[in-house]
Design a protein around this ligand. Structure first.
Ligand SMILES: Nc1nc2c(ncn2[C@@H]2O[C@H](COP(=O)(O)OP(=O)(O)OP(=O)(O)O)[C@@H](O)[C@H]2O)c(=O)[nH]1
Ligand SMILES: [Mg+2]
Length: 315
């Protein structure tokens, strides 16, 4: 395991890929690995990219990577598919439109599905981000499709969240209703070569006008990821947001808050896992099932009983 870790720290791509597989499969060695890797993390800047299916997230990310590389920074892209329980990456990998950087040693691309990890996809994503951070990637981009709660959880890992909209019918308004307004730091109106892009921009600006002003107003940038138009400007806006977070002290407070949150999540997960394991091993579940069915006891009392038994020392 130490060997694997030192290889990752030295920039060995296969070791990094192996480590992410360990995370995805929630292998036994995972927790210890994550503990050991922690001191080497905390340096990368994390960008989340979300938006409706087919909005152009991957093609835009591809162009953004070009811009980032021209600035001499290294990049990791983690494409997360919360809709796919099966792939563990394979199918999504085909969907990633980022071939133009596949030969660049300073670009690492990985996709993740929902396989395995009981801790959930956002925890697994967070762990994969840590691996890429220790792997000394300057910028880590997380791409995930905006379909439900999961992308909100995943986007909480990001320092800057980019929401990709398109001139599709009523798209902007719907996305905003779904609460994406709260997580967006930068908007891209992609496919601006299509009819209606100006209207989407105006709609979003109007929504932003109605929001209570904070220290940061999300800029709305029109892009065409097919040609790269607007991408330079988009990158500038992301850097502006980064500078804002840094100068206001928000980057530090955001990072601290998340670390606390992370302990809570790990605790929840470990407690759930270990207590349930113990209950299963005790062999009492069949009896419990029957008495629940017969209404001799109820699920609330049963759960409380278990808590009392395993955590007496808390009271
Ligand atoms: N006209 C036009 N088409 C675009 C543009 N950007 C992307 N597309 C097309 O939109 C389709 C989806 O692009 P992707 O980059 O795969 O979109 P995505 O959001 O990553 O898709 P999922 O990951 O499947 O949700 C592709 O056929 C692209 O060629 C653009 O700026 N203009
Ligand atoms: Mg995609």
């Amino acid at each position: 395991m130490d060997d694997l870790l030192s290889k990752v720290l030295e920039g060995d791509r296969r070791a990094a890929a192996r480590m992410i597989t360990i995370i995805e499969n929630d292998e036994e060695a995972k927790n210890e690995l994550m503990s050991k890797i922690y001191p080497y993390t905390g340096n990368a800047y994390i960008i989340g990219v979300t938006g409706s299916p087919g909005a152009g997230k991957s093609s835009l990310t591809d162009k953004l990577v070009g811009e980032i590389r021209r600035n001499g920074l290294s990049v990791a892209i983690i494409a997360v598919d919360p809709t796919s329980p099966f792939t563990g990456g394979a199918i999504l990998g085909d969907r990633i439109r980022m071939q133009s950087h596949s030969l660049d040693p300073d670009v690492f691309i990985r996709s993740m599905g929902t396989r395995g990890s009981l801790g959930g996809l956002s925890q697994a994503t967070n762990e994969a981000v840590k691996v890429m951070d220790a792997f000394k990637k300057d910028i880590i981009i997380i791409e995930t499709v905006g379909v439900g709660q999961s992308e909100f959880d995943i986007m909480h890992i990001a320092n800057t969240t980019l929401v990709v909209l398109t001139p599709g019918a009523g798209d902007a308004i719907q996305t905003i209703k779904a609460g994406i307004m709260e997580i967006a730091d930068v908007f891209a109106v992609n496919k601006s070569d299509l009819e209606g892009a100006d209207r989407v921009k105006t709609e979003v600006e109007t929504m932003l006008d109605m929001k209570k002003p904070t220290g940061w107003r999300p800029p709305v940038v029109q892009t065409i990821s097919l040609t790269g138009s607007g991408v330079k400007d988009l990158w500038t806006k992301i850097l502006d947001h980064k500078a804002y977070l840094e100068s206001s002290g928000k980057l530090e407070s955001q990072r601290k808050k998340r670390l606390k949150e992370e302990v809570r999540e790990i605790l929840e997960y470990e407690l759930r896992k270990h207590v349930w394991k113990a209950v299963e091993a005790s062999g009492e579940l069949d009896k419990l099932e029957e008495s629940l069915y017969q209404r001799e006891t109820d699920p609330y009392s049963a759960a409380k009983n278990i808590i009392n038994r395993y955590f007496k020392f808390l009271w």
